[in-house]
Design a protein around this ligand. Sequence first.
Ligand code: 3PG
Length: 209
Amino acid sequence: MSESFEQLLGATRVVPVITIDDAQRAVALARALVAGGLPVLEVTLRTDAGLEAIGRIAAAVPDAVVGAGTVTTPAQLHAARAAGARFIVSPGCTDALAQAAAQAGGAFLPGAVTASEVLRLLERGITTMKFFPAQSSGGIAAIRALAGPFPQVSFCPTGGIDLELAGAYLALPNVVCVGGSWMVTPELINAGDWPRVTALAAAAVAATS
Ligand code: 3PG
């Protein structure tokens, strides 16, 4: 029986959403985030380096829980699992993707924003969902409203969330974690400014615990 996304999260409430161009920087980046108290890492497949970055982190940073984000096809899902991704995040969901996730096993966090999208995931037994793009999809007010018809659903909002907003989202009872890239911007990664990444991660932990 594989672990659910919520089990993998444990006490973690902020998930860095990493988009990386150079896989050789992945291990140092992951170590910097773990050192700051953020061990659950989503590496998006938006760049060619994403899969290799996942593999490197899985192999070299045992304290990190690395997953793949922006997974939009069954082929990407299987490749990410093979590379070592312990969880799979998608901005939305399709039947093909949900079937591939069930087949591949492992934690799966697909996205839903509307009531109908939530209903389709519930039909598959999925109760923890990404909410993306959070800020432009109604943000805190929308997630609060969805708690009415869907008290059994927990959301992980991402998209436009920063340090200031994170705490407000996490104050909602139906938000289990938030995702964001503010502590892993391309500028920080390209500069290799790992102490700053650690400091921003620690600040995120301090602001949300
Ligand atoms: C995601 O895929 O979750 C988002 O792109 C992260 O959003 P942000 O870059 O606005 O934090």
